[in-house]
Design a protein around this ligand. Sequence first.
Ligand SMILES: C[S@@+](CC[C@H](N)C(=O)[O-])C[C@H]1O[C@@H](n2cnc3c(N)ncnc32)[C@H](O)[C@@H]1O
Length: 255
Amino acid sequence: MDEARLAFDSMYSAIAGSRVYRQITHRAFPDLPEWLIPYSVSPSLVLLERIAQSLNIGPASSFMDLACGMGGPGLWICERTGASLVGVDFSAAAISAATTLARHRGIARATFVSADATDTGLPEKSFDGLMSIDAIQFMDARSVATEIARVLRPGGIAALTTMEALVDDLPVATVAKDYRAVFKTTGFSICDYEQLADSAEKDNALFESIDLYRDALVKEIGEAASPMLEEADERLKRAKAPPRARKIFLVAQLQ
Ligand SMILES: C[S@@+](CC[C@H](N)C(=O)[O-])C[C@H]1O[C@@H](n2cnc3c(N)ncnc32)[C@H](O)[C@@H]1O
């Protein structure tokens, strides 16, 4: 756990102010606003709009962005819906970048907290909605679903993207095979579930963009680029092989 946190934290320390990482994401996600820098493969305006609609929140509501990274996706939903946001991530560098971004965008109803997503320490029954993009696959599935059930109010909605394993030997051992079953057993009913058909293509767009900018990235952030470049190499190498995981969009309502 600490190893994973340190790995994410050092990556965020390197990319938070990186001009080249910004160029990489602009090329991979051309529809996103220029200020929104994801550290994930799924974001698009269509996905963000779908999350906003699914959460069904407005100015009187509060929602959480669980494992929020540098804050962009949650802040987009915050601006779109008028709801108050608490972003949570275990990387202090990500939380610092998200806090700075909220300040630059003049959003006072967004705060960001450094905490483990499976044990946030936030009050129970305090959120109307919860979003999470490309993150819960890194956590014990049952623990994170239990924490989501704890912080949501009854009737609250979780809308998220994650991976589901199709094989037993993925490098990330926490990827569950069936998140619907996990959420059902922690008190949710499933409102929407879809395999994101375009995800392989979209993942490749990001990894191709990383590959294209590899020299510039190394020049700018040095050794810190290595994990990202290694992952891009691995993912591009596997691009034509049979899929080992699928990307899903899940909406679940707490009973
Ligand atoms: C692929 S990134 C996605 C970040 C963000 N949702 C986005 O779309 O840009 C996965 C995120 O999960 C966070 N994370 C992983 N395990 C976590 C945990 N146990 N508690 C809190 N955050 C965690 C990482 O720090 C990272 O920010």
